[in-house]
Design a protein around this ligand. Structure first.
Ligand code: SF4
Ligand code: SF4
Length: 93
């Protein structure tokens, strides 16, 4: 039997892992990952995301992902990010 990872939440077809190390937080999805230490909350990724699944959180000022399963994996957000804080796995069509 596998030991559950603290902070890990399972949803159908998805695994999200939220790690908090002091002030450093990283939200890792299977598809879209944001390094909150690097993110400056500029919103460039959210502004260009065709699926509207990215936004800058009002309180933390960091980029968040709503439903990564809608991601087209064309990586426009990666190209728009000035600090390379957002990463997309796989390749879109
Ligand atoms: S790869 Fe495209 S659809 Fe996916 S989060 Fe980035 S901009 Fe949005
Ligand atoms: S473009 Fe980069 S720095 Fe700007 S909000 Fe998105 S992830 Fe954060």
């Amino acid at each position: 039997m596998a030991t559950p990872i603290p902070g890990a939440k399972r949803a159908p077809g998805r695994l999200f892992l939220h790690i908090q190390l002091g002030e450093v937080q990283t939200t890792m999805g299977k598809i879209v990952t944001v390094d909150e230490e690097l993110c400056i909350g500029c919103g460039a990724c959210a502004a260009m995301c065709p699926k509207k699944i990215l936004y800058v959180h009002e309180k933390t000022g960091k980029c968040k992902v709503t439903d990564e399963n809608q991601c087209d994996r064309r990586r426009g957000c990666e190209g728009a990010c000035p600090v390379e804080a957002i990463k997309v796995t796989g390749k879109g069509g």
